[in-house]
Every structure is written in C-alpha cells, then in structure tokens.
Write a protein that binds this ligand. Sequence first.
Ligand SMILES: C[S@@+](CC[C@H](N)C(=O)[O-])C[C@H]1O[C@@H](n2cnc3c(N)ncnc32)[C@H](O)[C@@H]1O
Length: 202
Amino acid sequence: MAFTFFFRDIEPLNHAVSFLMNVASGRSRIRIWDAGCAMGQEPFTLAILLAESMNPFAFRNVQIFATDWDPPLLEILKKGVYPWEELQRIPAELFQKYFQPVEIEGQFRLIDRIRRCIQPTIHDLLTYTPIRNGFSLIVCKNVLLHFQPQQRVEVIRMFHDALEPGGIFVTEHTQKMPEEASHLFEQLLTNCQVFRKIEVTT
Ligand SMILES: C[S@@+](CC[C@H](N)C(=O)[O-])C[C@H]1O[C@@H](n2cnc3c(N)ncnc32)[C@H](O)[C@@H]1O
C-alpha cells in the first residue's frame, strides 16, 4: 500500500507549484500538507520543485507537513536517505543539486535545505480532523482510492476546511471529485485533478 517513487505523476505537482506561486508569493509562511506521504518521496519531490521555483530566501518560508498513519514509513522519511536504484527517475541535474552520498555505498541523502522544510507527522486521515488549518496546498495522491466512497467525501470535506481561501487541492488523475463534494472545489485543469477551494456560505 506504500508503493511510491520520486517524481511520480509529476504533471499535477508542477501545475500545483505554478498556482501556488501566484497565490502565495510574498507570504511570510507557505504551509503545505502532503497527506499519505509514505516514505517521503512525494513531499521531497514537491520540496525540490518549490526550491527550483523560488528564491532561496522565500523557500525558507515553506513548511510541508508530511503525514502518514504508518510510523515506520515516516522513520524512513526522517532519515531522508534512499538507495540509488530509487533515485534514477530524478532528472540528473536535480539529483546532483539536491542529493549527497552518505557513508553507506549506493545511498544518498537529501540536502539539509530540503529536509528542513519537511515536518513529518503521524496522522490518520479517517479521524476526519486536520493536523491544522490554513494550508495553501494539500496533496493527497494514491490514498483516497483505498477508502469507501463516504469516507472519501468526508476526507475531501476535511481538506476543504483545512485550506485557506483560494487554496489548492491535488489528487491523482484517476480520482474523480465525488458529486457530494463538487460544490466545494473548482477544477482548474481538464487533464489533471488540480482544484481550487470554493468558499461556501452556510
Ligand atoms: C500508495 S501510497 C501513496 C504515496 C504517495 N502519496 C504517492 O502518491 O506516491 C498510500 C499511502 O497512504 C497511506 N494511508 C493509507 N490509509 C491512510 C490513512 N487512513 N491515513 C493516513 N495515511 C494513510 C499508506 O500508509 C501509504 O503510505
């Protein structure tokens, strides 16, 4: 269930970063939630994309909350060390820039600047309680498909509550927005599941 890899399904992440640059530039803090992050490959990919899109000073304001309900997976993320076989899809120039060899042969660690912006946190999405509010971006890919339809709707409602006004939500391309939650989000692209929060008045 924790299958993942660096630079997986990169198109929606690239779009999300572009939208984020529009809404969050000049902010003193940019909060992102990667929900169901497995061993960290996805939040680290996101951090690299952001580091490439922002000046180093602005990048220091990025905080990525990387959550999963499986503690051993987060232990791998905390170390930030991965074998070379898992890093081969990363564009060569980005690999050179953001990874350093460690003492164990064939293993590489993300540089401190990237690891520093990641906040690993144990969290079960099915509690329907967000880790905090005020996120500019929430990424939850290849997780919702494991839930029952009603659980999916509740989790998406929770994401809506946890996003700031105009915040972005990204999921995988095979995951359609459930009818019951479609009034909460505007789909920004026809070919990617990238959505903007709609304010709803109760
Ligand atoms: C297939 S991985 C997806 C990893 C990454 N998001 C990606 O797309 O490559 C699914 C992850 O969801 C996590 N997960 C499943 N149910 C969860 C829950 N109720 N709360 C939090 N994480 C959960 C699993 O532990 C696993 O790490």
